[in-house]
Design a protein around this ligand. Structure first.
Ligand code: MG
Length: 388
């Protein structure tokens, strides 16, 4: 078999750089064809040269010249803008697309890759949150495998490898609980973004880290799991597990539970997705159970972390509601990162936006894009009202 030829969308972010670290450890297995980034020109340029990419896209068109000047002497093609990403992922030179961009902006290029029949290593959870029904249907139509990169979903996927078609009785989705798990509500309410950015276990980007502090991240993952594994939301049980060693579990009819464990290191689920179905060697820390001693598990506190409840409500309503929730959350998290609103305002903005955008029971892809725009406008109005 030849090398697996990869497109890495969002290559300069946390998942992107860790994907390239996996590739670096297995140059005999992977060839990097396409790298894309929004703004980080310097890193994009050095990645393209190191991995001898065929082409790169800088999404911010204002930065095209800088990247082109640096890479064209190396024979690397340079493009600009999101439309170029959507065109290039469909190229014959690509076998698998790693979708590691942040937020709803990952949807269009993921859809383009699915339509072109490319295997997807899915790290952009907002794609399935906002458009799970449409994207999973498209994937089925085009016989495209969606391989989860998110650690919890990779764990569930790995637990299902021996399931032989047996029905999932329950998914136990583990959550670290984030940096505020043990804090009192009053102290959380006053927490600044820089405190929320201190995640105890995982090394992730800013958006995901704030989502982890509000537990919206787990809410997004509940919705993602519903679509990836074709289960009802009631099947999914969120359990707080502060050590982040058990990455998630699947329970079967007989009460037997299969778990996937490892130290928190995103390169593990990444290598499982890009190498699937093979397991690859990885220079990571291995588990020492005697050293670990014990692992703990708790029920989530949805009063302290209302975003998790909002996510269950959104997927319970279905239709465009998870898209509304996701859009409002993106706006609210950005405002919180700018210190414009407080921690609990994030949930308030999401809740009020969900109440204020028109419900659509079975939205098309166009409807989803439209809902996303409307919800963002509505969420920004709410942010402006409460901004300090
Ligand atoms: Mg996760």
């Amino acid at each position: 078999m030849g090398k697996r030829r990869l497109a890495i969308l969002g290559s300069t972010g946390s998942i992107g750089t860790q994907t390239l670290d996996v590739v670096r450890q297995h140059p005999d297995l992977f060839q990097v064809e396409l790298l894309t980034a929004n703004n980080s020109t310097e890193l994009l340029i050095s990645q393209a040269i190191e991995f001898d990419a065929n082409a790169v896209v800088i999404c911010n068109e204002a930065k095209y010249k800088e990247v082109a000047d640096a890479l064209q002497p190396h024979g690397i093609k340079v493009f600009a803008g999101m439309d170029s990403v959507c065109d290039l992922v469909a190229g014959d030179n690509i076998d698998m697309v790693v979708t590691a961009m942040v937020g709803f902006s990952g949807l269009a290029s993921t859809v383009a890759a699915v339509k072109a029949g490319k295997a997807i290593a899915l790290a952009n959870k907002e794609t399935l949150v906002a458009a799970g029904e449409v994207v999973t249907a498209l994937a089925k139509q085009n016989k495209v495998p969606i391989l989860p990169v998110d650690s919890e979903h990779s764990a569930i996927f790995q637990c299902l490898q021996g399931a032989n078609g047996n029905r999932i009785e329950k998914i136990h989705l583990t959550a670290s609980g984030g940096p505020f798990r043990t804090w009192e509500r009053e102290r959380i309410a006053a927490a600044a973004a820089k405190e929320a950015l201190k995640h105890p276990n995982w090394n992730m980007g800013a958006k995901v880290t704030i989502d982890s502090a509000t537990m919206m991240n787990k809410g997004l993952e509940v919705i993602e799991a519903k679509w990836l594994f074709d289960v009802t939301p009631e099947t999914i049980n969120v359990v707080v597990h502060p050590e982040s060693i058990v990455h998630s579990m699947v329970e079967f009819l007989d009460g037997s539970v299969i778990a996937q464990l490892g130290h928190p290191d995103m390169r593990e689920p990444i290598q499982y997705a890009v190498g699937y179905p093979s397991r690859l060697t990885l220079t990571n820390k291995k588990l020492n159970f005697a050293e670990l001693g014990s692992l703990s598990f708790f029920a989530p506190d949805m009063d302290k972390f209302p975003c998790l409840r909002l996510a269950f409500e959104a997927i319970g309503q279905g239709g465009n509601m998870p898209c509304v929730m996701n859009a409002a959350n993106e706006v609210a998290v950005a405002a919180y990162l700018r210190d414009q609103i407080g921690f609990y305002d994030i949930a308030a903005v999401v809740r009020d936006t969900m109440a204020g955008v028109e419900f659509a029971a079975s939205p098309s892809l166009d409807d989803i894009f439209c809902t996303n725009d409307l919800a963002k406008v509505r969420a920004k109005e709410i942010v402006d009202k409460i901004a300090r």
